[in-house]
Write a protein that binds this ligand. Structure first.
Ligand SMILES: Cc1cc2nc3c(=O)[nH]c(=O)nc-3n(C[C@H](O)[C@H](O)[C@H](O)COP(=O)(O)OP(=O)(O)OC[C@H]3O[C@@H](n4cnc5c(N)ncnc54)[C@H](O)[C@@H]3O)c2cc1C
Ligand code: SF4
Length: 522
């Protein structure tokens, strides 16, 4: 067997690929990880809002195209650990209902070929692996679990604690956001996490964020049978003459092409790049792209309907670590709007430097600095539905082209209106004790901003799994229907996106698929 042959080749080291590598590592099998990025450099700039948010220092230096031929600079990150290096580490399970068919205002969210109960044990394992802090039972849509969270919930700072009380007073059920940070509030002197204001969107300078590099890739590499090649960009996959097996993984490294092979090959390059790689690997047996007899590869791209809503009131918000509170009361709908609306949580506390980069509308009478010190910065997520015309294709040179027309937007509008109404019912200022919404302003002011096409942080759906090979590319174990040794374990496999953040589901599924691969490797 050639030195370039491995038992398993994994392409991409993010939430899916990194987690899978750790699952397979103790088997002793020869495992090769191919990652186009390097390690995020450890430097003070990791935590500098100007460097990170204005200059985009850690973003992928790559240009995609829109269908109109315009340049698209994707907000995505190519590093060991993938996008989890920058993520906000809000680690949610999908709701039990998300696994079934759900009727939305904008259409139907299709069922998954597996149920919540199939994934539940793996969610539990993923929560342990990624140090999730939370409190079960607070969230009315909590799908239930066999065990408590491995770590206690991250506490609210006073302004957020007040908001939680105020929300509860108007009948809502605010809960502690499940977070993957290595914070030990009982022992602050030895806690790895220092609870800083540069977490969501920033790499963690002190290695305390539970990302895929720290929690999965680094421990996997402790096993001598696991090899990682960085700056190794997979260009295409080759198959046997029958088209049933991937026989070559062609990699560009240091300007030269190298070919590797594996008994099993796992693609986990992120939903957009994985679809691109399969399409780019078309051959005589797979003329529309690898594993694409159904024509679904690249289609049904989803990324959530996301927006940031700044609620600006007269009283300041001195919170440092803001991402501790979420609200799911409208997740599945209410009496007035009996359709799923989505999920409300927070982004990291916005600062004036970051706001300036996004050029938001100015609240009257406010400077950006004043807005930043007075705002509660909500993150609203609604489910977008899988539209076959929302898709990844390639241009003549093989570059990514992304087509996306948002849908289910009424659900998002309804969600936003409900949050504003709940905010307008707040009365006391936690800091001054008076009514914050009187005096300078009769009500809170709201500055909303939808996330543009380049905001591909929650990308998923482009290589969907399912039982029917005519409508899906992967089977229920995430193996390509049409190939015997090709798997996909990044967010591509989602047939629907739910409305909570995707990473924990990607991680849990990678563990599930990992067990299947271990059976095959025995
Ligand atoms: C700012 C930000 C905040 C976020 N916050 C949250 C959050 O709070 N909670 C949450 O659940 N999710 C969050 N997300 C989303 C989360 O990071 C992604 O959903 C998750 O990382 C996707 O995992 P993946 O395995 O599908 O892909 P990725 O993690 O993107 O991994 C793909 C990997 O493949 C590599 N790769 C790509 N192409 C190739 C190639 N051709 N050859 C070799 N390697 C390749 C990439 O470099 C990357 O390492 C956030 C994302 C961002 C950007
Ligand atoms: S120290 Fe804690 S809060 Fe700060 S970036 Fe790291 S994990 Fe996030």
């Amino acid at each position: 067997m050639s030195a370039n042959h491995y038992d398993v080749v994994i392409i991409g080291t993010g939430a899916g690929g990194g987690t899978l590598a750790l699952r397979l590592a103790p088997s002793g099998k020869r495992i090769l990880l191919l990652e186009r990025g390097g390690y995020v450099p450890r430097e003070k700039d990791n935590w500098d809002p100007r460097t990170v948010n204005v200059e985009g220092r850690y973003l992928a230096k790559e240009t995609w195209k829109t269908v109109r031929g315009e340049d698209l600079h994707p907000h995505t990150n190519y590093w060991v650990g993938g996008n989890t290096k920058m993520y906000g580490a809000a680690l949610f399970r999908l709701r039990r209902e998300d696994f079934g068919e759900l009727r939305h205002h904008g259409g139907v969210s299709p069922a998954w070929p597996i149920s919540y109960d199939d994934l539940e044990p793996f969610y539990t394992q993923a929560e342990r692996l990624y140090h999730v802090h939370g409190a079960r039972g607070e969230d009315p849509t909590d799908p239930g679990s066999s065990v408590p969270y491995p770590h206690p919930a991250v506490s609210h700072e006073p302004r957020i604690a007040q908001l939680a009380e105020d929300f509860a007073a108007v009948g809502l059920h605010p809960f502690h956001t499940p977070l993957g940070v290595m914070l030990d509030e009982r022992n602050p002197r030895t806690s790895k996490c220092i609870r800083c204001n540069t977490c969501d969107g920033f790499p963690c300078l002190v290695g305390a964020k539970a990302d895929a590099q720290v929690c999965a890739v680094d421990p996997a590499l402790q096993h001598p049978n696991v090899t990682l090649l960085t700056t190794a960009t997979v260009k295409r996959l080759e198959t046997s003459p029958s088209g049933r097996e991937v026989t070559g993984v062609v990699v560009e490294r240091h300007g030269a092409l190298e070919t590797y092979s594996g008994d099993l090959v796992v693609v986990s390059a992120g939903a957009i790049n994985s679809a691109g790689l399969l399409l780019r690997s078309a051959n005589d047996r797979h003329p529309n792209g690898l594993a694409n007899g159904s024509g679904v590869v690249g289609r049904h791209y989803m990324g959530h309907v996301n927006s940031v809503l700044m609620a600006i009131s007269r009283c300041p918000n001195p919170t440092v670590f803001q991402k501790t509170l979420s609200v799911n009361d409208w997740y599945l709908g209410d009496e007035a709007f009996p359709h799923p609306m989505g999920h409300v949580s927070f982004v990291g506390k916005l600062d004036a430097v970051t706001l300036r980069a996004g050029a938001p509308a100015l609240a009257p009478g406010f400077t950006l600095e004043l807005m930043a010190t007075h705002s509660l910065d909500f993150w609203l997520t609604s489910e977008d539905l899988p539209d076959p015309e929302n898709r990844v294709t390639l241009d003549r040179d093989g570059n990514i082209v992304l087509a996306y027309r948002p849908n289910n937007e009424e659900a998002h509008r309804q969600l936003s209106e409900r949050l504003k109404a709940a905010m307008n019912r707040q009365r006391r200022c936690p800091i001054h004790g008076h009514d914050c919404h009187q005096g300078l302003f009769a009500r809170s002011l709201y500055v909303g901003q939808r996330i543009p096409l380049a905001g591909v942080a929650h990308q998923n759906g482009t290589v969907r799994f399912g039982r029917d090979p005519r409508t899906s590319a992967l089977d229920a174990s995430c193996k390509a229907h049409e190939l015997d040794n090709l798997y996909v374990v990044d967010a591509s496999f989602f047939p629907s996106s739910g409305a909570v953040n995707p990473s924990l589901t990607i991680m849990a599924n990678a563990l599930r698929v990992g067990d299947r691969l271990l059976e095959r490797l025995r």
